[in-house]
Design a protein around this ligand. Structure first.
Ligand SMILES: CC(C)(COP(=O)(O)OP(=O)(O)OC[C@H]1O[C@@H](n2cnc3c(N)ncnc32)[C@H](O)[C@@H]1OP(=O)(O)O)[C@@H](O)C(=O)NCCC(=O)NCCS
Length: 166
């Protein structure tokens, strides 16, 4: 099976150009590649994970620190090469990145995306209810990495500046 021959690991500096090329292919535009490029240069804590098949990067997800509830991350972008979709690569990549984030002591993750897709990881709209954000669309969701991490949190969160620039 494809997923069994897929290697998942934390991105290293040598992956940078491959990651940018992957996002250009995945999204068919420059914005997400530019976002990753800017986040990589910024002094911003991230969890950046790649999926590789035969040494080629076929997927990438990035989580980056945002301002708001203690130890919070924004998940974006997530992209899988169009030639390698529907093999569960995006799902496994995201699961593993979330698991690394949890082990590294992060407490919650925010995402703006498809509720069905992100629901599989436990993201819920209700959890993000007390939070306001300038990037907030109709499907703004959060995942607590520790039970109750967002309990009672009311206030704004701010995505890294790179999101505004991208
Ligand atoms: C979304 C994306 C990362 C999924 O990667 P993938 O490796 O094909 O995903 P998986 O194989 O793990 O999961 C496939 C599931 O994703 C669903 N899916 C595919 N594209 C989707 C999209 N744009 N939005 C929501 N769900 C999507 C499929 O319908 C499938 O659902 P199922 O498991 O219920 O059958 C990939 O299609 C992609 O890179 N899309 C372009 C970039 C993008 O839109 N990224 C943001 C994601 S919200």
């Amino acid at each position: 099976m494809i997923i069994e021959k897929t290697e998942f690991r934390i991105a290293d500096p040598a992956d940078r150009l491959g990651i940018l090329a992957l996002h250009r292919r995945a999204f068919g535009r420059e914005d997400e590649a530019r976002l990753v490029d800017t986040l990589t240069d910024a002094a911003c804590a991230t969890v950046s994970m790649v999926a590789r098949i035969d040494g080629m990067i076929v997927g990438h997800v990035m989580l980056s620190e945002l301002q708001g509830p203690e130890r919070s991350l924004a998940l974006a972008p997530l992209g899988v090469d169009p030639d390698w979709r529907d093999f569960q690569i995006g799902t496994e990549l995201t699961r593993r990145a979330i698991s690394v984030a949890r082990k590294d002591g992060w407490l919650c993750v925010f995402v703006q995306g498809d509720p069905v897709y992100y629901g599989r990881f436990g993201f819920k709209k209700g959890v993000a209810e007390g939070v306001s954000c300038d990037r907030q669309g109709p499907h703004f969701m959060a995942l607590e990495l520790e039970n109750g991490a967002l309990n009672g949190y009311r206030g704004e969160i701010r995505y890294p500046d790179a999101f505004g620039a991208a």
